[in-house]
Design a protein around this ligand. Structure first.
Ligand code: KIV
Ligand code: ZN
Length: 569
């Protein structure tokens, strides 16, 4: 195939070499608990912004991260940026770090930068110092033009400086972290060799562990390959019992979360990421998605994401990036159902769920098309059932009942959905609940002619009814006889209009619970062979029924005859 753009040539690329592994165990594992989470919103996320966060935005983000429940927060790269330095100072000097939260700072393996990082951290109760250098083949060969040994020595020297500077500030409880940056592009045995050399300097113990963070700085393979890499490191790294294996994935292939999940199966203990995935290029791994994925499997994510609106608002205002409407769990449309069949299924399942949940609040969620209950994230049904031209009767009926207490019988739902669909097609957009209600009123509750008074007398043989109707042309009285009120009224109207009228369907209920609640009646009337649905409201059921029949008549082209005309006939 000749591409439109001659640069579009896949032969430029080669497949990522898979890991040769005979003892792959992670595919048979299941995630059973949340990992330790570390937010890198204020460092990796912030570094990726066109306009880095202002001091007040950083503080707002920090407070959100604390409230969400992060216990480790990378707050900046203080040696590389004065605003980051100042922010770390502010957190410490204004005592803004809760006792159960540890701040983390990133530093390159250069002495002045490490010194400056420790300067930023002076007075901190506890802190993680995160040292990194690039170890991948492409960085070694093309960027630094250094040998494997040289690159390892950078890490070793950096680890020594970190150890020694920490010793000068003994009042702080230090934890050390090392990242072989571009780990996924690094030969695994070499990455392990460098990490071992670093931990040899730091001498961690099971009570004082170090963090070895294994970044997919650029996502270059399918997540299973990353999992193989992680499992291999876990199996071969020295001092495993004194090491927390941490994952730091980016999303270049769109699999940042998947890679982290498989990495956890492969033995990792900790994940670094950002809320909603801001970060370099396609972003960091999205902690919201990863944590909600656990939640949806019945696992406590150990993060409180229930105030999703606050999370979205804060992330959007701090990053100046908007959340995609289809973003997993958080997007405006992710729980919305426009399609009629989906709405129908959701309606039915939600009704069953309501019954189950009344009996047992922890009943298992099992609703078609909704992997989790949108209410858990503060979403309501209006954001779920959305009406456009693809919607069917189920969704429309659900909206009418939830918002307006209108419980349409099935035959009316079928009739009404055609009217709403037409409105949606005409406007070429979504139809809001108020517009649906407006369509209902203007279609079924026209009240062109109004029941004024009625008189009913009952005998064994039949009901005798006399109804005074107010019309624009004056009052009309309809007298009729039949088996029941409606039969009598329809018969009287037939006589008045000289048309063939049959009541096909009827249904009624009260609108609300109290004694003064209005009644609403729905009817389907055949008039000269065509069917017309309508509704009527009144303080009493008989009045509502008569009005409904009258409204159905108004929808046909048959008109009431005035008394004078009738007399003339
Ligand atoms: O993506 C990356 O490799 C990083 C490191 C500094 C951990 O952000
Ligand atoms: Zn990163």
């Amino acid at each position: 195939m000749q591409p439109f753009n001659p640069n579009f040539n896949h032969k430029k690329y080669r497949p990522f070499a898979p890991v040769q592994k005979a003892d792959r165990r992670w595919p048979n594992k299941v995630i059973e608990a949340a990992p330790a989470w570390c937010s890198v919103d204020l460092r990796d996320g912030n570094q990726a912004l066109m306009e880095p966060m202002t001091p007040s935005q950083k503080l707002e983000m920090f407070k959100l991260l604390v409230d969400v429940g992060f216990k480790e927060i990378e707050v900046g790269f203080p040696a590389a940026s004065q605003p980051d330095f100042d922010f770390v100072r502010q957190l410490i000097e204004e005592d803004l770090i809760p006792d159960d939260v540890t701040i983390q700072v990133l530093t390159q393996a250069r002495e002045p930068l490490i010194a400056r990082s420790f300067e930023a951290l002076q007075g901190a109760r506890k802190a993680i110092v995160h040292l990194y250098n690039s170890t991948s083949t492409v960085q070694r060969e093309q960027v630094f033009k250094l040998s494997r040994e040289d690159i390892k020595n950078i890490a070793i020297q950096g680890a020594k400086w970190v150890r020694d500077f920490a010793a000068q500030q003994p009042d702080t409880h230090w934890q050390f972290q090392y990242s072989p940056e571009s780990f996924t592009g690094t030969e695994i045995d070499y990455a392990v060799e460098v990490c071992d050399a670093v931990t040899e300097i730091w001498q961690p113990t099971p009570d004082n562990k170090v963090i070895i963070n294994l970044p997919a700085t650029v996502e270059v393979s399918t997540p299973n390959v990353y999992a193989d890499q992680i499992e291999t490191v876990c199996d071969t790294i020295a001092r495993r019992d004194s090491i927390i294996i941490s994952l730091h994935t980016h999303n270049d292939r769109g699999c940042g979360v998947a890679a982290a999940e498989l990495g956890i199966l492969a033995g990792a203990d900790r994940i670094e990421g950002t809320l909603l995935g801001n970060g370099e290029r396609t972003g960091n791994m999205d902690v919201v998605t990863a944590a909600m994925n656990l939640y949806s499997q019945g696992i406590d994510p150990e993060l409180d994401l229930s105030n999703m609106d606050r999370i979205i608002a804060t992330v959007e205002s701090c990053t100046q990036l908007s959340v995609h409407p289809r973003h997993a769990y958080a997007g405006e449309l992710v729980f919305a159902a426009f399609s009629g069949s989906h709405q129908d299924a959701i309606n039915k399942c939600m009704a069953i769920d309501a019954v189950k949940r009344a009996e047992d609040p922890e009943a298992h969620w099992n609703v078609a098309y909704l992997p989790i209950d949108p209410r858990d994230l503060g979403r309501n049904y209006q954001q779920v059932i959305r009406i456009n031209s693809q919607s069917g009767k189920g969704g429309i009926a659900y909206v009418m009942e939830q918002d307006y207490g209108i419980q349409m019988p099935r035959w009316l739902q079928v009739d009404f959905s055609a009217h709403v669909q037409k409105r949606a097609e005409d406007s070429e957009s979504e139809v809001a609940p108020e517009q649906i209600f407006d369509t209902f009123n203007s279609t079924y509750l026209l009240n062109q002619n109004r029941v004024d008074t009625y008189n009913l007398s009952r005998s064994h043989e039949a009901d005798q009814l006399s109804v005074v109707i107010t019309t624009d042309a004056g009052d009309v009285t309809i007298d009729g006889k039949g088996k029941g009120v409606l039969d009598a009224f329809v018969s009287g109207l037939s006589d008045n209009t000289g048309s063939d009228m049959v009541l096909i369907d009827y249904s009624e209920h009260t609108l609300g619970q109290d004694e003064q609640a209005e009644a609403i009646t729905y009817v389907q009337l055949s008039i000269n062979g065509s069917r017309y649905c309508a509704a009527g409201k009144s303080e009493d059921i008989v009045g509502a029924s008569l009005q409904a029949v009258l409204n159905a008549l108004s929808r046909s082209d048959v008109r009431l005859a005035q008394a004078s005309k009738l007399a003339a006939v």
